[in-house]
Structure formats: C-alpha cells, structure tokens
Design a protein around this ligand. Structure first.
Ligand code: UDX
Ligand code: UDX
Length: 463
C-alpha cells in the first residue's frame, strides 16, 4: 500500500519545516500538521507567508507553494489522526523539571499523550513515526500503549530522527547527509520501513537512506548531537588555554581541521553552544548511562555540558573584570540573542545566561537582534527565575536600531553571528560609545585589526 495521507503532531521547528518539504516533494500525498497551540497554527495559516511562526531561510517560499495544495495546518488532531496512514510525532521532549531524573531525563509526557490519543482515535492500521529525539527504547513504550487498545488496530512504530540544523533547515531537508529509519525486523516492520523509504526516495537518493533497528536509530540521534556538541566544547576548552598562552584559537582550529581525519566543521570557538537539542540530548545520554550503572560513561559526556556552562560564565566574568570589576549601572549592548544566526529560536541561547550573570551585577542591557522580540527575551529571562519579571523588564531594553543600542554603552558583546553585524559602520558605533570602547566578540565574527585601528579594545574568544 502506498502512503497517501500523512499527519504530523507538533508544528514546531522540526515538524513544520520537515512536513513542508515532504509536501513540496510529494504532491501526491496529503500532509496535515496539527498542534494544540491555536496561535501557532493560525500563524502557519496566515495569509501572508512571511508571518509563519518559524523563521528559516527559504521556508516561506516552500510553504507558499504547498500550502492549500497538499499541505494543511490544523488544530483538529483527532480528524488528522483518523485520516492518516502514517503519523509523525514531533512534539517537544523537554528536560524533566520534576521527580525522578529531574534536570536530566527527557519528559515524555507529551509523547505518551500523543500515543494515547492515537490509540483512542485510530480505527484502521497505522504507521507511527517518532520524529522527536527520544531516549533509547521509547518506541517500546509507545508500542505498549498502542498495542493495548483492544480494538484490533495494528500499529508499526518507526524511528526517523531529524538531523536538520536550524537556520539551514530547508537546505538540510532538501539534501540530507543521510535519512535514518529504524524499525522492527518482522515482515510488517520491514514493510513499514519500506513505505517510509518510498516517501524519501521522491527526492533523496537511495544510498543516503539508512535502515537500522529502532534502538540503533534512537541512539544514533543522541550520539550525533553529543559528538557535535563535544567538538564545540573541545575547541572552547582550548580557547581558554589560547587566551592564556598567546595562541589564536582560529589558527589552531584551522591547523587541526585540515587533517582530514578531524575535519574542519564544528570547530568554531564561541561563547557556548545553545539550541533546544545539544544540552537536552547529552543530559539524556548521561541519564541513560547512569540508569544502567555506567558511571564513567555518564561522567565523560557530562563534561561536555560542564565545559559549556563554564564557557558562558567565563564570558560574562571577563566582561565584568575588564570593565574594572564592576558593571553596576553600566550599559552593555548585546548584538544578537538567538542561539545562532538565521533563526528566531532562543532556546538555551548563551545570551540568556550571559545576560543573567550581568543583570545580577546590576548592568543595564540593551539588546539588538534582527529576529527576536522584547517579549521573547523577557520570557527567556523570567524562565530562569533568578529575579522578578519587573526587575528583568527594568534591566533589559530592546531598540530597533543597532546604533541606538550601542550609543552611550560601555561595552558591546556579540552573542550571535548574524552576518549583518559585519556590515555595520563601526566607526559610527565607536564614536557614540563611552571610552574606552570595549568590544567582546563571543563569536569570533568581526575583523580584529580593523576594529583596533578604529580604537576599540577588542577581545575575541580564544585570542
Ligand atoms: C521538538 C524537540 O525539541 C526535539 O527534541 C524533537 O526532536 C522534536 O520536537 P521542536 O520542533 O523544535 O523540536 O519543538 P517545538 O518547536 O517546541 O514544537 C513542538 C510542538 O508540539 C509545539 O508547537 C507544541 O505546541 C506541540 N505539541 C506539544 C502538541 O501539539 N501536542 C502536545 O501534546 C505537545
Ligand atoms: C543541532 C544539530 O546540528 C542537528 O543535526 C540536530 O538535528 C539538532 O541539533 P542546531 O541546534 O539547530 O542543530 O544547530 P547547530 O548548528 O548544530 O548549532 C548548535 C549550537 O552550537 C549553536 O549555538 C551554535 O552557535 C554552536 N556552534 C556550532 C558553535 O559554537 N561552534 C561551532 O563550530 C558549531
């Protein structure tokens, strides 16, 4: 049987773009993306495609083409489940903030709710695809729930983790390094895997589609993110050593990256990695290792997070120390708030933690980010519960112009590597600042010699 109707539960950063590309590339398949969040669905349906809730280069053009043709966004979850042959689960799996595994384990509450809803609604056989990153063996929990409905409906569970990176989601989905599909080795399991393979072969070549058992697939996703994050923590660990010794971390990264066994990607020293995945997935891996009594394995991976926390704190400390050990009442301009360029996503962004540390020292922070709103910044800070919402609102301001943001500031901190920051009139910014004009580049983004020529005291990570 060929799949003709797909539903995806969760219209977020993963579900939205992934389904938009499937719909674009498979016009013969009806794709419905559902979400409990009415506001989010309304934004996906906004007549102006530029108002879709997720900013990703190229995404609005894809949505413009497929939406209303075979791509639909809805809050009617039951109807979409009922009609679908294949259901993707793409809801969030945040780190658990209560009970056993608090601060480490993934909270599978939403996944379980989805499984129960599918079990309740389904009247005919379905393939359920885990898209969310999940701890190993989650599929068996989903299976358990689905197989106990007692209504004779047969379910196949597949794991098909998403490897897209935000900011490049559309190109990653168009040309993935690989598509990973895990499933059962039974006859039905193999059939289900093939049905999903047949969807991807509409635009991905067969040799890039990898099939494995479910658990290998689940674990591979956690491992891929853990390895990527580990590289960032490794280069960040060296950035501190470079600052002490006079080596330049960019030069070191280039020198080691040219070794083809090491490779040049993911060696950019930074103020610390952010995003919804790296920290959550490593904590998850640590929790799983601990739960099997593998303490050395758990400690090894936990160090990646410890290093990342250190890097964020170290950046804030360096600002305070350089500004004569006090930032109280001083204006610090933040360029960037998103966790990386080309996204409006701020989850776990290093900027939040750096701001939090500086606010605790009574700094006034002025933020400019091309895609992040004042409300989002306040939400991020309030979530930490370090101080009251009123205090956060008093401590942080957002102005639409970068020149206003930097005017009369004691220092500028670059937190996100937006390309536009490189194009500013830095002489004009320098002239409007208090002197000495400090510039802390947390992304190694700007041109040191040019800025020093203008007169900035320029400090980049790792040099
Ligand atoms: C999330 C996880 O962070 C990631 O680990 C996983 O791989 C995929 O899901 P993302 O798409 O970035 O990634 O999350 P988010 O943008 O929060 O989207 C999840 C959506 O699911 C939200 O819009 C939320 O409203 C929706 N949701 C959640 C439901 O529709 N039903 C639920 O029961 C729970
Ligand atoms: C990551 C994985 O790359 C992707 O495959 C997975 O599906 C989800 O998690 P994402 O978090 O969207 O994607 O972005 P990524 O490009 O991996 O960057 C993560 C963080 O690491 C960002 O804060 C980024 O600025 C930082 N980073 C990345 C560095 O500091 N240095 C680098 O060299 C690379």
């Amino acid at each position: 049987m060929k799949i003709t109707n797909i539903c995806c539960i969760g219209a977020g950063y993963v579900g939205g773009p992934t389904m938009a590309i499937i719909a674009l590339k498979c016009p013969h398949i009806k794709v419905t993306v559902v979400d409990l969040n009415e506001k989010r669905i309304a934004a996906w349906n906004d007549a102006d495609v530029n108002n879709i809730p997720i900013y990703e280069p190229g995404l609005s053009a894809v949505v413009a083409e497929a939406r209303g043709r075979n791509l639909f966004f809805s809050t009617d979850v039951d109807k979409a489940i009922d009609e679908a042959d294949m259901i993707f689960i793409s809801v969030n799996t945040p780190t658990k903030m209560y009970g056993v595994g608090k601060g480490m384990a993934a909270d599978l509450k939403y996944i379980e709710l989805c499984a129960r809803q599918i079990a309740r609604v389904a009247k005919d056989d379905k393939i359920v695809v885990e898209k969310s990153t999940l701890p190993v063996r989650t599929a068996s929990a989903i299976k358990d729930i689905l197989n106990h409905t007692g209504n004779g409906v047969q379910f196949q569970i597949l794991s098909n983790p998403e490897f897209l990176a935000e900011g490049t989601a559309v190109e990653d989905l168009f040309a993935p390094d690989r598509v990973l599909i895990g499933g059962d080795s039974t006859l039905e399991g193999k059939k289900a895997i093939q049905q999903l393979v047949d969807i991807y072969t509409n635009w991905v070549s067969k040799d890039r589609i990898l099939t494995t058992n479910v658990w290998s697939s689940e674990l591979s996703k956690l491992t891929a993110n853990a390895f990527l994050a580990q590289r960032v923590s490794s280069i960040n660990a060296l950035s501190e050593l470079c600052e002490k010794t006079g080596a330049d971390v960019n030069e070191v990264a280039k020198a080691i990256g040219m070794d083809s066994r090491i490779g040049s990607k993911f060696l950019k020293a930074s103020v610390g990695f952010g995003g919804s995945c790296f920290q959550k997935d490593i904590l998850n891996l640590v929790y799983i290792a601990k739960s099997y009594g593998l303490d050395e394995v758990a400690d090894y991976w936990e160090q990646v997070i410890i290093m990342n926390d250190h890097q964020k704190r170290r950046f804030a400390k360096n600002i305070i120390k350089t500004l004569y050990n006090t930032v109280s009442g001083k204006k610090i301009a933040f360029l960037g708030w998103a966790f990386k360029k080309d996204t409006n996503d701020t989850r776990e962004s290093a900027a939040i933690y750096v701001a939090n540390d500086l606010l605790s020292e009574q700094a006034n922070i002025s933020v400019y980010d091309p895609k992040v709103s004042f409300d989002q910044i306040q939400m991020d800070l309030n979530y930490l519960e370090t101080r009251s919402p009123e205090e956060n609102a008093n401590g942080v301001q957002v102005v639409a112009s970068v020149y206003e943001t930097c005017k009369n500031s004691h220092a500028i901190a670059v937190l996100t590597e937006w390309d536009e920051f490189k194009t500013y009139d830095w002489q004009k910014i320098y002239d409007s600042m208090l002197k000495p004009a400090f510039l802390f580049d947390g992304r190694n983004l700007l041109n040191k010699s040019e800025l020093e020529r203008i007169g900035f005291v320029y400090k980049a990570i790792g040099s």
